[in-house]
Every structure is written in C-alpha cells, then in structure tokens.
Design a protein around this ligand. Structure first.
Ligand code: FNR
Length: 357
C-alpha cells in the first residue's frame, strides 16, 4: 500500500527511518549496558605527581585554539562536545542547548551525522535555528565515510555551509554499519575519498571513529591523505556493538551477533599509544569513555590536542543549560587541578614528560 502524508515518497521513507534510528540511538546510548566502562585503559595511565609545583593555581591556563591555515579560533579549553545528533525532531532541543554552551563557553562542538541533509535539504533549517541562539558556537560538521564515498563534493560542501562549520568530521564506523540491518557497508576507496575531500573542501577534515579506536597501520595510512586531525575515539565509553545489539532485540541473529562484538575495538589509551608509534604528522584528538577532567589530562599527557565527550554532554543537555554549565565547570576544574599537581602551567607543559611510561 502506498504511504500517504508527509512521508509518501522515497526521501520521506528514508527520513522517517533515519529519525527513528537517531531517536533509538539517543535512548539506548543512555542505557549503562551500552557502555564499555573500565575499558578505556586510563586506569593504568599515571600522571607524575609534583608535590612542589612552582606555580600559582590561578595562573594555570587550559585555554587553547583551533588553528587552520592562518586563521586561529580561541577556545577556553581542549574539551569538546563529541558529535551526536542532527536532523531529527527530538535532536533539535539537544543541539540548541549544546550549541549555546559552545557559544557561551568557547568550546568546539561536533554536530551529529548530517546524512539526512544530503537527501533532504530542508533538514538544514535546523542550523538556522541553532545559529540564531548560538551565533558564535564553534561547530564542526559530520558525515559518514560510506556517504562521503557516494556523494558529490558540492553536497558535502553544503553540510559545512549550512552549519557555518569550522571543519568537517568524517566518521568511520565499520562495526556499527555491519550490525545495522539498514547499514551502509561499502567502505571501498575510503582513503581516496578522504584524500579527495581534503584537497577540495577548504576546511580542516578530522577523521573519527565512534568508539572502536584505530590501529597503528590505519593511522599511518591516514597520514598520506592530508587530514588535519584524527580523533581516535576508542573503546571505553559508548560502544556501538552494544547499542546496535540492543536496538535489534527483535532480530535474534543481529542481537546475538552484536553481543559477540560487545567488547570489540582498540581502547582509547591504546589508540593514543598507536598514534605515537605511527609518528603521524596530523593532530591527534581523543575521545571514547572520557568521563572527567583527569581522563582528559591523561590523554593530553599521552599526546592528544583536543579531548571529546559524547554521552556525558548528552545526559546533561537533557537536563538543561544549568547541568551543561556545571558539567563543563567540573571538567575544566579537574583538568586544571591535574595541570597544577603535575607542575604544568599550560597544556603544552602537560604534554611533555608528565606521564609514567
Ligand atoms: C554518537 N557518536 C556519533 N559520532 C559521529 O561521528 N556521528 C554521529 O552521528 C554520532 N552519533 C552519536 C549519537 C549518540 C547518542 C552518541 C552517544 C554518540 C559517537 C560519539 O561522537 C563518540 O565518538 C562516542 O560516543 C564515544 O564517546 P563517549 O560517548 O564514550 O564519550
């Protein structure tokens, strides 16, 4: 039977499926069963305590910047909101709250997959509403590798334009796509697509996982593409094997297969060590199971230039602006204390020899 109403055509059907998937993701990601807690490897990373820091706590500086070509955008801290949601009704309020925080507190914010905008340009209206409330939000756009491979570069450029983004995240998520009944699993020619994007798009391109990390070899292969950064997004927090397993509870086969892969991936700590071994020339960013400012400090000591959190910001955004503000205050205070207690005046000092190895 032909469908009627606003979703009567193919684009409409795709849109409805996308919206449903995104709603499910938010609901399931909040369930503790979707987390690989204790697996980020950070418990075994020890910062060197400095009992006599030659510092006044008030001088400890966690500010940084996002520099591309000759443009520099100031940031109050290296902590960023990792990509989560875009393009569906329930997501609007979340994105508006996150963007207000990005605007008022000068931190980077990745928006969620803009896949829907590729087929339905009206989805971009979300960003005009966001921009009205958060004109100075430091947004980074988002596209999946499987969509990038298939999309004409002009439609990808529209994703950057619609968000007035400082850069573009390209998420790579083979496990998640393989576990989705409707997943896009053709990853052939990914490197060429990334290389082509970097050459043409004119904004920094940041490749990210979604919670399964990167091997040494993949990090090395990415070095030839000219990417600006890789966010290793390793295992230890939200895990998409788990999320997709719970989402497909009605499909017993997919549900069981998802559980088989419930602990798949490279931990965030191991991925950082892999980046060091790969000696890459791009910036290395970290996310995946970061739950406090001390986690962030450890990752910076391991070489991360920016550190992202997804689920904690989602939880706070659902509570409101005050909860978001308190979360960021807590994260930044913890990070500052870690700098003080390692005798680091700023982030550059923390990244030099402050970790036991
Ligand atoms: C995500 N993540 C994600 N990443 C991405 O690049 N595009 C996306 O659309 C989404 N969508 C999404 C939705 C929700 C609800 C969550 C919680 C996460 C992945 C995210 O950016 C991050 O890489 C992982 O979640 C790991 O970080 P946490 O959650 O452990 O802090």
């Amino acid at each position: 039977m032909k469908e009627s109403g606003p979703y009567s055509d193919e684009v409409g059907v795709q849109t409805r499926l996308f919206e449903q998937r995104k709603r499910d993701h938010i609901r399931i990601a909040l369930d503790p069963r979707s987390q690989t807690l204790g697996q980020n490897g950070l418990d075994s990373v020890e910062l060197i305590h400095e009992a006599l820091p030659n510092l006044n706590f008030k001088e400890v500086d966690i500010s940084t910047s996002f520099v591309f070509n000759k443009t520099s955008v100031s940031l109050s801290s290296p902590i960023f909101i990792s990509s989560m949601t875009a393009g569906h009704e329930n997501g609007h309020q979340i994105n508006e709250a996150l963007a207000r925080l990005s605007d008022s507190r000068q931190i980077l914010m990745g928006v969620g997959s803009q896949r829907r905008e590729l087929v339905d340009t009206s989805a971009a209206e979300e960003w005009s509403r966001v921009r009205k409330q958060a004109p100075k939000a430091r947004l980074i756009g988002n596209i999946g590798i499987a969509q990038l491979i298939k999309s004409p570069i002009d439609s990808v450029r529209r994703l950057v334009d619609s968000t007035e983004a400082l850069g573009l995240f390209v998420h790579v998520n083979p496990l998640q796509e393989a576990l989705q009944p409707e997943g896009t699993t053709d990853f052939k020619n990914s490197l060429e697509a990334i290389e082509n994007l970097v050459r043409i798009i004119g904004v920094p391109v940041i490749v990210k996982e979604v919670g399964c990390g990167f091997s040494v070899e993949t990090l090395k292969r990415l070095d030839s593409t000219g990417v600006f950064a890789v966010d290793v997004s390793g295992k230890g927090g939200t895990h998409w094997g788990r999320v997709e397993a719970y989402r497909s509870e009605e499909d017993q086969v997919l549900h069981k297969v998802g559980q088989t892969f419930a602990n798949w991936g490279v931990s965030t700590t191991q991925a950082m060590l892999n980046a060091k071994e790969a000696r890459v020339s791009y910036e290395v960013w970290a996310s995946g199971g970061v739950r406090n400012g001390l986690d962030a400090a450890k990752l910076i000591a391991l070489g991360a230039v920016k550190v992202g959190l997804a689920k904690p910001f989602l939880e706070a955004a659902l509570k409101g602006d005050r909860a978001l503000e308190e979360l960021l205050q807590k994260l930044e205070l913890e990070l500052k204390i870690a700098l003080f207690c390692t005798g680091s005046k700023n982030l550059a000092e923390l990244s030099r020899g402050k970790v036991l190895s």
